[in-house]
Design a protein around this ligand. Structure first.
Ligand code: BGC
Length: 742
């Protein structure tokens, strides 16, 4: 007869409790305590280890033998593994083979969709529509969770003022308020109201912190900024994600004020845990513990692991540092068992909340996988989101009236350009398992939208090359057509991680192609597809119609065709300033004033000799086929008390011929502070739909909370004094009023 040791009995107890229903915090604590009490150090290190399966890797793979490690309890989490049958096989290894049967977490970069791809996050933020963004996240979660995933490495909320940085594509632009609202919307969308719901994912806000401000816009590069700028501009979106209940957070690759973020106690413990009260789990970025060696902060891997764990990291992504060195560090007394237990607890709690102890196969249902991928609701939402992401930059009169929308009765449209019919490029960066076969290109979109018009397609040239042999065909198609639509820009790998560009211009000879088409004298519509703001200065001056379409995802072509035909009236507004030239970067709307503000006629003022100070296209800008007129900006009072508030109202009228949506924006300037304040700061916005001739009053409430900043004493407070208020359709096109805070 078999005899049981005490340990085995304890383990059996563990197994029993593994299968209990998810429940209250007390039950979770009991469950985690019971596991912790029997785990070996190796098993604990295993829970703090995240290895990658072979797909989608973005760096070195430190251990290939993840299956073996899962079965032996030495790897508790996996990224880049998806698909129910594959993940089921791996989950079985964890649950059935490993000693304690602790289920695996499956993480993946579901950034803007899983199979159905939505617009890149930067584009979607241009909708200024948090409900839309939340729904995108919820639908992405549904599709990804059906493929066996339970954790997404998103939202990426790194605020960015520098279009050279390729990862600007993944964020929500340059504004802390808008960025915070988008961050919260995405977290709520992914996570829903209950993490154990198998249609949701645990979110992971990243990259903490200030990863979007690398010197020179070069990815992974040094970040250095004042604590005030850090707290006021860069941190709010991460904080908003934490306040929205994000389950986990990822550290960033960069150093900040000399300390790599992954070993940064100030960020990971003082701010994140002590100030913000974050109770979730912290994972590193890909081998970012190991990278503290080349940073010049750690002597060796063991030291790097000690720095990371002590700073507040819980889980090591891919680096195998905790896997290899935790035990030795503990023996040497460099770290304590409490520190390890604290981190293991956070990982196990996350698994518990996901319902994995209740049922490790909760996310692994073949039938569900088949029924959800590309479900109709997803494709419809992909179209809606793509339409709302497009920003109309120019629409000048041509032959007496604006080029867009295109008339219905055209005989021929020449569709030119390397991006007119390229499926993969529509998906943009980080397109997960996005299915290129489902992508609708602009060519197909136009064919659907203009069934009675002949679409003459010619590629013209490639995105990056210098081969002009396709120019002839392009010219001939243009000459035979009523209108020329030309799709140019960046290919999908030209933005995203490790895709910085010193010169963020339209690559290759594409502008030359556009010039040739403009010279035909035909009306030309330029559609720019890109993952970042590009420098459009010359192009904008000569092009009658300019549509900024970003990388819009699976339904890109339909969405652009809807805009060109007028089926949808463009409503997107920029969430990032477009520079005049690369030398102007960083350029952003909420800058300071200087002691010598620009004066065109005075030499010794702050300006360039060769370009204006203003961006080419400002934050908040975007045209519609109709026009909106603002009037009657009014404040309910000219005085605000420290515990009061006031109302700001403005009238908006649709003065054009099309029904359309406008984003009414509210900005404030604090005229004098104990430290200087920006010339404008976004404090609110409202989207309104107006029929032609219709007028509405939009009212905002402002309170001292909206006026807080980090004062000279680093207090987050509002200071009495004079304020200006601005309301309008962009950060520059505004009406102005003022009040005093007492
Ligand atoms: C990126 C992260 C990503 C991770 C896992 C890293 O290279 O910086 O954003 O989540 O890879 O794919």
């Amino acid at each position: 007869m078999k005899t049981y040791s005490l340990l085995t009995l304890a383990l059996m107890g563990v197994f029993v409790s593994c299968r209990q229903e998810t429940g209250s915090d007390t039950e979770m604590k009991q469950k985690v305590d019971s596991l912790l009490s029997v785990m070996t150090l190796e098993e604990k290190a295993g829970q703090l280890t995240l290895f990658t399966s072979g797909w989608d890797v973005t760096g070195p793979v430190m251990r290939e033998e993840y299956r073996q490690d899962i079965a032996s309890g030495r790897c508790g989490n996996l990224l880049n593994a998806h698909g129910v049958s594959y993940n089921r096989e791996l989950q079985k290894l964890a649950v059935e083979e490993s000693r304690l049967g602790i289920p695996l977490l499956f993480g993946y970069d579901v950034i803007h969709g899983f199979k159905t791809i939505f617009p890149i996050p930067l584009a979607e933020a241009c909708s200024w529509d948090t409900a839309l963004v939340r729904k995108t996240a919820a639908l992405s979660a549904r599709e990804a969770a059906a493929a066996g995933l339970n954790w997404t490495f998103n939202p990426m909320v790194d605020l960015c003022r520098d279009p050279r940085w390729g990862r600007i594509a993944e964020g929500s632009g340059e504004d802390p308020l808008l960025g915070s609202m988008m961050a919260a919307a995405r977290v709520k969308g992914y996570q829903g109201t209950d993490l154990s719901d198998p249609f949701t994912l645990a979110a992971c806000v990243k990259h903490f912190a200030a990863y979007g401000a690398p010197e020179g816009g070069r990815d992974y590069n040094t970040v250095d900024m004042s604590e005030r700028v850090l707290r006021e501009i860069y941190l709010p979106p991460y904080k908003a994600a934490v306040d929205a209940g994000v389950a986990s957070l990822m550290t960033s690759f960069n150093e900040l004020d000399g300390i790599p973020a992954t070993g940064n106690r100030f960020l990971l413990t003082e701010i994140l845990r002590e100030e913000w009260g974050f109770e979730g789990m912290v994972v590193t970025d890909y081998t970012s513990i190991n990278e503290m060696i080349p940073h010049g902060y750690a002597r060796n891997l063991k030291h790097a692991g000690e720095l990371a764990l002590s700073a507040g990291v819980d889980m090591d992504m891919v680096g195998a540092v905790f896997y290899n060195h935790l035990e030795e560090s503990l023996e040497e007394g460099k770290i304590t068992e409490e520190m390890i237990n604290r981190s293991v607890r956070r990982v196990l709690e996350m698994k518990y909340k996901l319902g994995l102890f209740d049922d490790p196969f909760r996310y692994l249902d073949e039938e569900r996988e088949d029924s959800i991928l590309f479900a109709p609701g997803l494709m419809e939402h992909a179209l809606e989101s793509a339409r709302k992401s497009i920003v109309l930059l120019e629409n000048k009169p041509f032959g007496g009236k604006p080029v867009l929308p295109l008339p219905e009765n055209l005989n021929r449209i020449a569709l030119i350009g390397p991006l007119a019919h390229s499926r993969i490029d529509m998906l943009g960066t980080w397109h997960a398992s996005g299915d290129t076969t489902k992508v609708v290109t602009l060519k197909e979109g136009l064919e659907n939208q203009f069934p009675n018009t002949q679409i003459l397609h010619a590629r013209g040239c490639s995105v990056n090359g210098t081969d002009r042999s396709g120019f002839g065909d392009a010219l001939s198609a243009a000459m035979r057509s009523d209108v020329v639509v030309v799709a140019v820009g960046e290919y999908f790998m030209q933005s995203g991680e490790a895709a910085s560009r010193a010169m963020p211009v339209i690559p290759g000879i594409q502008e030359e192609l556009v010039d040739m088409l403009l010279n035909t004298g035909k009306p030309v519509v330029v559609v720019v597809m890109a993952g970042r703001p590009l420098i459009l200065t010359e192009l904008a001056a000569k092009t009658p119609a300019l549509v900024y379409a970003w990388h819009l995802g699976t339904r890109a072509g339909d969405a652009i065709a809807d805009i060109l035909s007028g089926e949808y009236n463009p409503s997107g507004k920029l969430v990032v300033s477009f520079p005049w030239s690369a030398g102007q970067i960083p350029v952003y709307y909420n800058h300071k004033n200087t002691g010598r503000p620009m004066h065109p006629l005075q030499k010794y003022t702050s300006k360039y000799l060769d370009i204006p100070n203003n961006p080419r296209y400002p934050f908040g800008y975007g045209l519609s086929y109709t026009t909106f007129e603002y009037s009657g900006l009014q404040l309910s009072d000219t005085l605000m008390t420290m515990n009061g508030s006031l109302k700001v109202s403005v009238q908006v009228k649709n003065t054009g011929e099309y029904a359309g949506e406008e984003t009414v924006q509210l900005y404030v300037r604090d005229l004098v502070g104990s430290v200087t304040r920006p010339v404008k700061e976004l404090k609110g916005f409202r989207k309104v739909w107006l029929e032609p001739g219709e007028e509405t009053t939009v009212t905002f409430t402002l309170s001292p909370d909206d006026l807080k900043f980090y004062t000279v004493d680093m207090q987050f407070a509002a200071e009495p004094g004079e304020f200006k208020v601005f309301a309008g359709g962009s950060s520059v096109d505004v009406l102005e009023a003022g009040f005093t805070l007492k």
